[in-house]
Ligand binder design. Structure first.
Ligand code: S3P
Length: 165
């Protein structure tokens, strides 16, 4: 496992971007966020991309964003909630770095992710629940699982300990 690169994976609302920032600061590493890479390249927000071009287009852009980050080292990557659910992305991530699953309990997921339209796949609550349950099997393939409800600083310490930093 390559410990020079960390991928944070997990469901919407797990705190992937927040933990990536805190971890990047501690390690002095660069931080990348797949959603932000997609938004910058498309010059549109994730919800605009879903509305104008549909989910399949977003998934292609997401895969391309992941590919563009492959040459980087000493970087913490915050993935989108669906990035690691894709088998090919999962294979790429697991061989390119250390995949850490921020596991968010269901009750916390509903509380943390409002159906406000900012996340297109959170508006329909039945679909949101189905996604939550169907993706757990994928997230389980990460190298490490942590409880996403732990305080951010504790998560950072656990990750640093686990990596031996
Ligand atoms: C998605 C999660 C979002 C974003 C998009 C799709 C998903 O990222 O990539 O709305 O499929 O779970 P966050 O997990 O950062 O909210």
């Amino acid at each position: 496992m390559n410990t020079n690169k960390i991928y944070l994976v997990g469901f919407m609302g797990a705190g992937k971007s927040t933990v990536a920032r805190a971890l990047g600061r501690r390690l002095g590493w660069r931080i990348e966020d797949i959603d932000e890479v997609v938004e910058a390249r498309e010059r549109a927000t994730v919800s605009e991309i879903f509305a104008a071009r549909g989910e399949p287009y977003f998934r292609l852009a997401e895969r391309e964003a992941l590919r563009r980050l492959l040459p980087l080292e000493h970087v913490v990557v915050a993935t989108g909630g669906g990035t690691y659910a894709d088998p090919e992305n999962r294979r790429v991530i697991n061989s390119d770095g250390a995949a850490i699953w921020l596991d968010l309990p269901w009750t916390a997921a509903i509380g943390r992710v409002p159906a406000d339209g900012r996340r297109p796949l959170a508006s329909d609550r039945a679909q949101f629940a189905a996604l939550y349950h169907s993706r757990r099997q994928a997230y389980q393939q990460a190298h490490l699982r942590l409880d996403a409800t732990s305080p951010v600083e504790e998560l950072v310490e656990r990750i640093l300990d686990w990596l031996g930093y």
